[in-house]
Design a protein around this ligand. Sequence first.
Ligand SMILES: Cc1cc2nc3c(=O)[nH]c(=O)nc-3n(C[C@H](O)[C@H](O)[C@H](O)COP(=O)(O)O)c2cc1C
Length: 168
Amino acid sequence: MPNQVLIAYYSRSGNTRRLAQAIHKVVGGTLFEIEPATPYPSSYNATVERARREIQSGYRPPLKRGLASVEPYSVVFVGSPNWWGTIAPPVASFLSEYDFSGKVVAPFFTHGGGGVQNMLADLKKLCPNSRVLEPLAVRGSMAGAAEKPVVDWLRRIGLGELADNLQE
Ligand SMILES: Cc1cc2nc3c(=O)[nH]c(=O)nc-3n(C[C@H](O)[C@H](O)[C@H](O)COP(=O)(O)O)c2cc1C
């Protein structure tokens, strides 16, 4: 059977990656790291500044590599850190590069205390023909201990059967 679950995420400092890995551990599927062709600086302040400019201008940074196709996937988990209240620009690039029409999109976010803010609304604009489910939002510092929240969230959004692959 073709693998039908894609877990695509961007993470600069590892929190969203840890959350993506927790989801992957529970549901399996293809894990894909979204990376900008030009990485963000290691300096936090320089990253905040570049992110501010990119978000204000609606810039979508080119990505380092792509997926051959999103066609085989019916459920797409999309992960982003909260940057200035919205999704990180590489995630916006990813969503605009592929056609997610007719697919189920399950967003997962990490944040530094702000929660979802505009992340969900802005993500929805980039996949207008998808069924976008309620997001999982986790504080960045908690992303490493997210397996139970992931399973609870999957049940809440109607994807509980994906958690049945879980190997105890
Ligand atoms: C450029 C930038 C902007 C951020 N803006 C916000 C924000 O507006 N609200 C918030 O709660 N956290 C904000 N954060 C904190 C991140 O969302 C949080 O640390 C996240 O877990 C980082 O994920 P990562 O480790 O996967 O990169 C920001 C972080 C960066 C680097």
